[in-house]
Ligand binder design. Sequence first.
Ligand code: AMP
Length: 287
Amino acid sequence: MEVIKTIALLKKRVKKAKLDGKTIGLVPTMGYLHEGHLTLANEARQENDIVIMSIFVNPTQFGPNEDFESYPRDLERDCKLAEPVGVDIIFAPSVEEMYPTDGGIAIRAGRQSEILCGASRPGHFDGVLQVVAKLFHLSEADRAYFGQKDAQQVAIIQTMVRDYNFPLQIRTIPIVREKDGLAKSSRNVYLTEQDRKEAPAIYESLNIAKEEYLLSRNVDKAIELAAKHINEKTNGRIDYLQLLSYPDLKSVTDETTHFLLATAVYIGKTRLIDNMIFLNKGVIQHV
Ligand code: AMP
């Protein structure tokens, strides 16, 4: 496994791979790897000749009062975890390497970015699309791998790929969870002991909402019951908790066949997100 920090060297390696007729799988991450990231890499390993994992805490997707500075970083640890999974190249550029100029040109995410995480994190998805578009170009990937953990992100990236004709396929994996249901996240290291005890209530609440919706077809009631569960079981604050159609992220109607139940909850100081995608008959799907 090779760790590359410059765009020039990455391009050199990519050019050689392409000349040799190799396929490339890209796994974009912000590092501090856990099993969710490694599952993505494993999937990429099975489907491509070369696996590139990017590790870059992207400043343009963080708001001014968010955790860009404190976000956990440990490249050495990440390399030790990525190598056994079969990652060929870790691309870990500096901020200056990725953004050498401020040309003022921005990518603006569309309607799908105005709700859920986009509503509480203005500009977040613009930053995500900016870094992802750059990584798609630099890696010349045939396939890029994303987790359903960030279902809204997947939906928005898929729209960009379709509307702007990026020549690659988006592949997704289901959410990887702890035994008690808490979705794995690099941010889980922020949780205090008490927070950690409360956090599984988030996933429990999604199950409650799903069951209630499939029984009563009443969105408000489903959301109310789930919110009640979070409020009773945690000291947390719900940022949002919504049931929408997927992947267009619109209000549920009688015609909706794919549902996204998504939430963000502050447990202590940590903002955790989780979601569930299910079909009309209740079968859980991944996108
Ligand atoms: P991050 O490093 O948090 O930006 O995540 C990098 C990629 O890993 C994204 O595509 C995430 O959706 C995915 N990911 C993060 N956590 C999980 C998880 N628990 N299960 C599945 N995928 C995940």
